[in-house]
Ligand binder design. Sequence first.
Ligand SMILES: [Cu+2]
Length: 122
Amino acid sequence: MKRTNQLLLSAVIAVVALAVVPLAVAATAQRTATTTVSVKAGEMYFKLSTRTLAKPGKVTFVVKNAGHIVHDFKIAGKTTPLLQPGKTVKLVVTFRKKGRYPYECTVPGHAAAGMKGTFTVR
Ligand SMILES: [Cu+2]
C-alpha cells in the first residue's frame, strides 16, 4: 500500500512539473518581447516613432532612408550598413540597463548637421 502511494506521489509530481514548464517558458517569452521603433533618416534628421523604452529590453529599429543620399544609424555600439535612398534595414539592439543611449549617423558631417539624438531606456 505504501509503495502504491509513493508511485502515485511520483506521478503527481511529474504531472505538476510538466504543467509548470510551459508557464515558465511563456513568462520568459514575455520578458524578452521585442519593441519595434521606426526610424526615418533624411537630410539632415532622424525621426523616431518613439525615443523612450518603458524598461530594459530588446528593440528592433526599422531604419528607412527617406532622403536622397546615403545614411546609416548607430546606437549602443551597433550600426546599420550604409543605406541607399529608399532602402530599409532592421537593427536589433538589446538594452540591458536603463540609461540614455546616443544615436547618430556615422557619415562624416551628418551628426554635426543634426543626425543625432538620444534614446532613453527607463
Ligand atoms: Cu546621414
